[in-house]
Design a protein around this ligand. Sequence first.
Ligand code: AP5
Ligand code: MG
Length: 214
Amino acid sequence: MNIILLGPPGAGKGTQSAGLVERHAMVQLSTGDMLRAAVKAQTPVGLKAKAVMDAGELVSDEIVADLIDAELAAMDAGTGAIFDGYPRTASQAETLDGILSKHGRTLDHVIELGVDIDALVERITGRFSCANCGALYHDTANPPASEGVCDSCGHTEFKRRPDDNEETVRTRMAVYRGETAPILPGYEARGIVTRVDGMAGITDVANAIDAVLA
Ligand code: AP5
Ligand code: MG
């Protein structure tokens, strides 16, 4: 099973990917997470990507295609992939078709997380994650069960993303509207898009996604 989770910044792609990994033993391929890891490790890709990401713009199609290709090459052919934050442009969508066929895979579902744009700034500015395992939280919607302690690993340090400020979020939204939303009609024409209500609670969204995959 190969699926794309599509939605604007803060739609819940990362949150829902984590659930899918747990429930269905799929692998999350988040280009955002891969790029943040490259920035942290100060690799040549990371050094190139940092300023672009901090501004909320898109890094080059080649960089992300190489990251995705390398991850799929390292994966067992029978393991399902969740594409989180990829593709994001018409050109990336076309490239993904080529990469998937190279690895003997086909796209089964594109799940569009439908969200109210006004709620997203609040979601993103309230987001934080565990500094150790990366588990995602939100100040009010999804805090750890015990304050200051990660539910997943028990670590007590957390971090916030440098691009999670209101100004950059607005740029990221505009990029989504201008570059990413236009790839949906192509997938709709293939009959593989399902829209899920991303404004529902995290568990309800997860149940709706599971219903699509069943
Ligand atoms: P990326 O990391 O992909 O960021 P994004 O697309 O902006 O999406 P986010 O990660 O912000 O949101 P999300 O949908 O994962 O939401 P989350 O689950 O965290 O990309 C970052 C940057 O990298 C880009 O700007 C670009 O520069 C670069 N990049 C990445 N991919 C690229 C590509 N393919 N091409 C070029 N450049 C690329 O949820 C958000 C918050 O809401 C959390 O706090 C969560 O707890 C909470 N929440 C989640 N679901 C719910 C719910 N149902 N109800 C209430 N709260 C919820
Ligand atoms: Mg994310």
